[in-house]
Structure formats: C-alpha cells, structure tokens
Design a protein around this ligand. Structure first.
Ligand SMILES: Cc1cc2nc3c(=O)[nH]c(=O)nc-3n(C[C@H](O)[C@H](O)[C@H](O)COP(=O)(O)OP(=O)(O)OC[C@H]3O[C@@H](n4cnc5c(N)ncnc54)[C@H](O)[C@@H]3O)c2cc1C
Length: 459
C-alpha cells in the first residue's frame, strides 16, 4: 500500500509526485490510463513534423515559475517568445486582442464597437457571460467578436454561460479602443500570454520528460481507474490491479471520477466539450510570423488555427504546419469528424489556397475533454462536490479534477499546493527519506518502455 495514490499522470499528477519527492516523501504511487504520460501536454511526431495536443505555450505571471522551469528542464532548454496572434474577420487580420485593435475593420464595425462601449450600462450585474460582456464592452464588441467566438470555443449559448472563467479576458478603456482604431499595430502586449515560453527543440512533451526524468518512483501506465471503494479505500484499475490508499489524489476528469463512484446523476450534469485537432504539414510557406489566429465568424468551422512551424524544431526546413481546432459539445463520432474535416479543408483552400496536393502530413487528434462548460449547475455545485470528495479522502485537482479553466502554470501550482497539504497532514508521522522506497511487493512485474526512462507499464 502507498499512503498516497495519484490517478492521472498529466502535468498536475506529475507535479504532485515531483513536489512530494522534493520533500523526501516517496510513499506514493502514480497511475495513468494511457501508454504514455503527460495528458494534454503530450506531443506527436510524424513525417518530420511535431504537433502538440493543440498548441501548448507556457505563460505565467510568476518569474519564480519560469526559473523553476529552466531548472527542471536542464538539458532541454526553454525559449521566450513575444506573442504574434491575430483575429481573422471580414477577410482581414487584426492583432489580438480585438478590443484594442479595430484598425482595418469595416467602418460600420468600428463605429458599432465604439458606440456600444460608450453606451454600455456598467451597473448591470447578474453573473452570466452575456450581461458581463455587455456591461464591460458593450453591444458592438459583443456582436462582432465575443459572442460568436465564445459560442464557437464552448459550443454553448453565451446566455447560459457563467463568468467564473473570464479573468483572462483583457479589459479596455475608451482611449485604448480609439488608439487601436486609428493606429495599425503589428503586435499588442496586452493579456496574460503576451509573452510565452516553449521548449527550444520543439514539443511541449519536453516539459513532461523533464518531470519524468526528475522522478525517482516509477510511473505506472496502462492503468485506467475503474472502481473506487471509498470505504475500504482501494482503487482498482482496468487491468485488475488494486491499490489501497490513505489519500487519493485524483487528476482525472471529475465527471469520470463521479461516474466511477456511481454518482451518475451529478456526473451527467457536468458538461465539457471536445476538441477536434486537425494537424497538417504542407510543403510551402503560408503564414509569415503568426503563432495563432482566432476565427470568430460562423462560416469557418474552426475557432483557432496555430502555426507550429513558426517555432524552432517543429517542421522540416521549408515546410509549414497548421494545427486546426474545432470544438463540439456533441460526442465526436466518425461521421461528425468526417463532416468537420471536409468543411475545414474547403476553408483552408479559400483562406490559404492550400490544395490537397500541398499536404504532406496529416494527423487528426481528438481531445475528449477540452473546455469545461461554466454553466449554472457547475457554479452552484462544484464546491460542495469537491468538499464531499475530500471528506472521503479524495482530492480532485487540476484542470479536469477541479473542473475549471486552467493553464499549465495552474497545473504545476495545483500539484505543488497539494503536495504541501499532504506533507502537512503527515508531518507528525513522516520522516523525509534520503533514499527511494522499494517498489511495493504486490505490484505486478513492470516492463521498461523504450526511450522513456522511469516510465513503466503494468501488464
Ligand atoms: C485545447 C487546449 C489548449 C490548451 N492550451 C494551453 C496553452 O497554450 N497554455 C497553457 O498553459 N495551457 C493550455 N491548456 C491547458 C493545459 O493543457 C492544462 O491546464 C494541463 O495540461 C492540465 O493538466 P492536468 O494534469 O490537470 O490534466 P490532463 O492533462 O488531462 O491529465 C489528466 C490525466 O489523467 C488521465 N486519466 C483520465 N482518466 C483516467 C483514469 N480513469 N485512470 C487513470 N488515468 C486517467 C489522462 O489520460 C491524463 O493523462 C490547453 C488546454 C486545452 C484543452
């Protein structure tokens, strides 16, 4: 038995493990359902191209966090980038964010946005996104950008969305709007990700490998948690292996955790969409220095396209790559994927002139859990659900464990806080170890996976 069992080896689970080990605590075991660890921070490599599970750029408000990343990544360095992101509407590219870069848009759109901002009613408050946008930005910005864009990224009506996730939306002033309407800008340094960091040699999975290499305990893959006995405190995996625990740290989606616990009614109320991520490599250069572009207009099926090839090590010399993101609240069946892919290719031809013969590599990924829907039910029940689990010694954390909108910075921070909490719980009985604890005798034999030091598989 390990005192602490972690399920899910994405960035949050790995951060818990890392931070426990840093405190000299090795009495834990970590289990992952996939054959490789990293969750959303994995990368795939094919035909000389590298793609993430949609672009993953590290941004952080904390210099301390960036120092930590540089330390943990050691051999595989991290480069800083100034964001070049745009919005494509009315056949025009304008720099992100929309609210401070109206220059180049049709005159009526600019007037609509400015008039709407001036006439907005700032006193209205009712906690939904529709009203929040109207009170902060006015009807023009709502109609031309925020509502169509958010309805695409969530695939959910804005009138039913709550505002628990809006802290990343940059605010503005009349002066900033007017300046951005009269002056053309190439980049704008507003917002939480104006500067970001990315592994110099390409692929966000370098960050995951850095955590993997730093850990001394094994990581168990191909272990999908399927049964949770909260009375006996045992978690059982799809391969039949059972692991008793004192504390369970769940970084798997809260919805899955509730399902496993038989709380189907609550699980069904939690909504999350999926993202279809079509990645293509092409043998021509199509998009100057843009890192990514937002597509608010309904006619385009995608909400965002990233250009990984503008980062070093992501594509062969002379080739480009595109990472296209489409959100759907419906289960992405092969039929839905087929239709969306067909529409996407039609629009890629219209916007970039990309023909099927230009495509030299194609990788389609489905992210079954992408954007948590901040509906009223979530707002009213999330805290009590998490508290209920804590009373059963289950800490549900991370982007999907906490059922929230969160970044990689947040995942690492959540893992750190959780480890601190556990160490505090154990402080009376625990003496920091200087050596690694032995593998528990009851865990079946482990096979080393090629190329993945310390990543092990239970068969
Ligand atoms: C489209 C998209 C783009 C993003 N872009 C950025 C970005 O540019 N910058 C940024 O900072 N953040 C970005 N993020 C957020 C970032 O990906 C997350 O905050 C972070 O990766 C979450 O890590 P996690 O460990 O909490 O979750 P996950 O990565 O989901 O890890 C959970 C793990 O649990 C495993 N698991 C699930 N069920 C089971 C089970 N039953 N048993 C065992 N294991 C299980 C999963 O396989 C997975 O490995 C993006 C997210 C999305 C969806």
């Amino acid at each position: 038995m390990a005192r602490v069992v972690i399920i899910g080896a994405g960035l949050t689970g790995l951060s818990v493990a890392y931070n426990l080990e840093q405190q000299g605590f090795f009495d834990y075991a970590i289990f992952e359902q996939e054959s490789t660890v990293g969750g959303l921070c994995r990368s795939i490599r094919c035909d000389g191209f590298t793609f993430d599970y949609t672009g993953h750029f590290f941004h952080s408000p904390s210099a301390h966090m960036i120092d930590f990343l540089h330390t943990i990544m050691q051999n595989s360095s991290l480069s800083a980038h100034i964001r070049h992101s745009y919005i494509y509407s009315h056949d025009t590219y304008t720099p992100y964010p929309y609210q401070t870069n109206l220059y180049g848009l049709p005159t009526e759109t600019i007037i609509d946005c400015i008039m709407g901002f001036v006439q907005r009613q700032t006193h209205k408050k009712n906690g939904n996104f529709y009203t929040w946008i109207h009170t902060h930005f006015g009807s023009g910005f709502a109609r031309h950008f925020f509502f169509p864009y958010q309805e695409k990224i969530f695939d959910y009506p804005v009138s039913k969305l709550r505002t628990g996730w809006v802290q990343g939306v940059p605010h503005t002033t009349l002066e900033a709007i007017l300046k951005g309407a009269l002056q053309e800008r190439v980049v704008d340094s507003i917002g939480y990700n104006a500067q970001f960091w990315y592994p110099t040699h390409g692929g966000i999975d370098h960050l995951i490998h850095a955590f993997g290499h730093a850990l001394k305990n094994p990581l168990y893959t191909n272990c999908s948690a399927v049964v949770l006995d909260t009375h006996k405190k045992i978690v059982t995996f799809s391969n039949g292996h059972s692991e008793p625990y004192e504390y369970l740290i769940s970084t798997i989606p809260l919805k899955t955790c509730l399902d496993i616990l038989g709380m189907k009614k609550e699980a069904d109320k939690l909504l999350v969409n999926s993202v279809l991520n079509i990645n293509i490599g092409i043998d021509c250069d199509i998009a100057d220095q843009k890192h990514w572009v937002y597509y608010p207009e309904k006619k385009h099926p995608f909400f965002r396209i990233g250009f990984p090839s503008h980062l070093r090590g992501m594509a062969p010399e002379g080739y480009s790559s595109l990472s296209i993101e489409i959100a759907t609240l419906k289960k992405p069946t092969p039929e839905i994927i087929g239709n969306l892919t067909k529409k996407t290719y039609e629009h890629l031809e219209k916007i970039f002139g990309i023909q099927p013969r230009d495509i030299v590599s194609e990788q389609t990924l489905v992210l079954p859990h992408a954007y948590v829907i901040y509906n009223l039910w979530r707002e009213e029940h999330i805290d009590s659900l998490l508290r209920y689990l804590e009373n059963q010694s289950i800490y549900s954390i991370g982007r999907y464990g906490g059922w929230k909108y969160a970044s990689m910075h947040d995942a690492i921070t959540d893992g750190h806080s959780m480890a601190q909490k556990l160490i505090a719980h154990f402080s009376a009985t625990f003496k920091p170890a200087t050596t690694v604890k032995q593998k528990p005798a009851h865990i079946p034999a482990i096979t080393k996976k090629p190329g993945r030091r310390l990543i092990k598989e239970i068969s």
